[in-house]
Every structure is written in C-alpha cells, then in structure tokens.
Write a protein that binds this ligand. Structure first.
Ligand code: FAD
Length: 301
C-alpha cells in the first residue's frame, strides 16, 4: 500500500485546514500539495511543502539586474535568460520538500545528490514493512549487450517466471527471518539495527527530501534522462509533473535548454560550422574520437 492508513489520516487532517497566508502561492503546486503520486508498485512521491514561485526567481534576479533591465522585458523572458546563461542562484530562491517512498537500491542512487536535506525512516527504531519492489513484466529486462550500464529487451517465458519467483521468494524468506529474529516471543530478540542487514535492496524505505529548485533541476536532468535507470527515472518523471505546475516558466526553460538542449564541444561546434558551409565532415577529419563522433551524430540527427 503506498500510504499507510495513519499517513492518509494525517494528510486528510492537514488538507481539511487551509490556512490564510501572505506568502507567495503557486496555484499549480497547491493542487499537488499533500497528494501522493504512486510510483512503482508500493512507492510514492508527494509534496509536503514548498517555497516560492516563478516570481520569486525574477524578484531575486532583479536585485542583481535592477527592475529597469530592458534586455529582458517580462518574467518568462528573464527566466529563460537566467537559464540560458547558467545564472543559478535566483533558482535557489525556490524550495520543495518531498516525502518519498522508494526501494533501497533506488535510494542509494538518489542519495548521491548531496545538495539536498534528507531525513530517512529509521530501521534501527522502527520495524520495516513487508513491502518489496517486484518489477512489472516489461521492466524485467535482460542485460544490455551494447551498454554495460543498461538493460535490453524484456525477459520472456520460463526465464521471466523463474526470475520473478526468485525475487518474490527470496524477499519473503528474508522478511520471515527478519521477523523471526526481532521477535521477543520466547527469546531476547535481535536488535532491529542488526536484524535489518539480511533484508534485500528491493525493500522500501521512506524519506523527506528538501532541495532548492536549482539543485532539483540538476537532479531531474540526470535522473529523468533516458540513460538513468528506469526505477529512479519514474520518480524523476513524477517530480517533473509537479515542477511543471509549480514554476511553469522555469520548467519550460529547463525543458528547452537542459532536457531538450545539448552542449557541444569546441570540436563539435567547428564541425557544425563546416557542415553549414557545405563541407563533408567525417569522423576522420572531425578531430573527434569514434565515441565522440557517434554521440555527435546522435545529437545532430
Ligand atoms: C546515468 C548515471 C550513471 C551513474 N553511474 C555511477 C556509477 O557507476 N558509480 C558512481 O559512483 N556514481 C554514478 N552516478 C552518480 C554520479 O556520478 C553523481 O554522483 C550523481 O549523479 C550526483 O551528481 P552531482 O554530484 O552532480 O549532484 P549533487 O551532489 O546534487 O551536486 C550538485 C552539484 O553541486 C556541486 N557539488 C556538490 N557537492 C560538492 C562537493 N563536495 N564538491 C564539489 N562540488 C560539489 C557539483 O557541481 C555538483 O554537480 C551515476 C549517475 C548517473 C545519472
């Protein structure tokens, strides 16, 4: 179950008491506030709190550029200018606090993003739930033959059934032993902080994750990207939907310059210039390695 009955009751209680505020409010984000968005089989992501909106970004920028800046005539134009020129600090004026439920192996990737504040469910203090991520059939993929850090086509037939059976059986057996070890019925019971060590990495954990918009967009650029592992990408995709409604101007600029855009090396830029002049450019005369050339061709189609 994504949310426990206690968590659901707490959310409903909070939603039933709207507060008046003089603070900036993003109507798009208000609609997301407290709603848990299901991700994977037992996970979710929900907005607990946020600060700022598109106007907070331009307000901060105008401290440095002054209200009279003529080169950027409106808020969206200014936000696009800031994004285009890597002016990061105005985006740090907005913050978001998320409650995320996610498998431990996804959390290990997520925690590498050091520029957030994290508070995780304590498995020393509390007993973990019997909830494990078991992939859907189409996410149960074979090792990629072209990318050591990726997956290929979905497993099928007897192999798929056997893998799913192993994943379920191993998780259940490990959890049975966990419960048995911490039980105090007729025994002392092993400490929770020790008993948890035999649990597999597909067990779910939960945390509160607070980050500013600049670092959140950095996280999303890496984790909503097609190269990111599917299981973290689905969380990033869910967060993208929230950011889109929270700060629509900033999100549009992010999609345009970061997600949809690309960076060219000096050699790559020179090749484009030569191509535009009608010159035939090949890998051999490009000044790029085979790998760079392959990526360059992928970029320019
Ligand atoms: C597709 C993919 C594959 C990956 N594969 C691997 C892997 O095989 N092995 C592995 O170990 N990791 C791997 N990673 C993790 C990756 O190397 C980064 O650790 C992770 O993406 C966090 O990025 P970050 O440091 O930019 O983010 P954050 O920690 O959020 O930092 C954001 C930015 O702040 C700055 N910053 C933060 N902390 C410091 C600091 N202490 N010193 C200097 N600057 C700082 C940097 O500019 C940084 O880019 C992978 C990531 C991706 C997206």
């Amino acid at each position: 179950m994504p949310l426990s009955p206690d968590q659901q009751a707490e959310i409903e209680e909070l939603r039933s008491q709207p507060q008046q505020t003089l603070r900036a409010v993003s109507p798009g984000m208000e609609a997301h506030l407290y709603h848990a968005r299901p991700v994977l089989d037992h996970g979710f992501v929900r907005v607990v709190d946020y600060m700022g909106d598109d106007a907070a970004i331009t307000q901060a920028a105008r401290v440095s550029y002054g209200r009279g800046t003529k080169s950027v005539s409106n808020d969206e134009g200014l936000i696009r200018y800031l994004m285009r020129h890597w002016h990061s600090t105005p985006f740090e004026m907005c913050e978001i606090k998320l409650h995320v439920k996610l498998p431990v192996f996804v959390a290990r990737q997520w925690i590498r993003h050091r520029t957030a504040n994290v508070n995780e469910y304590s498995a020393r203090y509390s007993i973990l739930d019997r909830e494990f991520y078991i992939p859907e059939a189409d996410a149960l993929a074979a090792q990629s033959t072209v990318n050591n850090q990726g997956r290929g086509a979905a497993l099928t037939g007897e192999e798929a059934e056997r893998v799913l059976r192993y994943l379920r059986d191993d998780a259940m057996r490990a959890y049975d032993h966990y419960e048995e070890m911490i039980s105090t019925e007729g025994q002392d019971g092993l400490a929770r902080e020790l008993a948890r060590m035999n649990l597999p990495a597909n067990i779910y954990t939960q945390w509160y994750w607070k980050v500013d918009l600049h670092n959140l967009l950095h996280f999303l650029r890496l984790r909503a990207d097609s190269h990111a592992q599917y299981e973290i990408r689905v969380y990033a995709d869910a967060i993208c939907e929230m950011v889109k409604d929270w700060v629509p101007f900033a999100y549009r600029a992010f999609e345009d310059y970061r997600m949809g855009g690309a960076t060219l090396s000096a050699a790559g830029l020179e090749c484009v210039r030569r191509m535009l002049k009608g010159e035939e450019v090949t890998q051999e005369n490009s000044g790029m390695s085979k790998g760079e050339w392959r990526e360059f061709q992928g970029l320019i189609g």
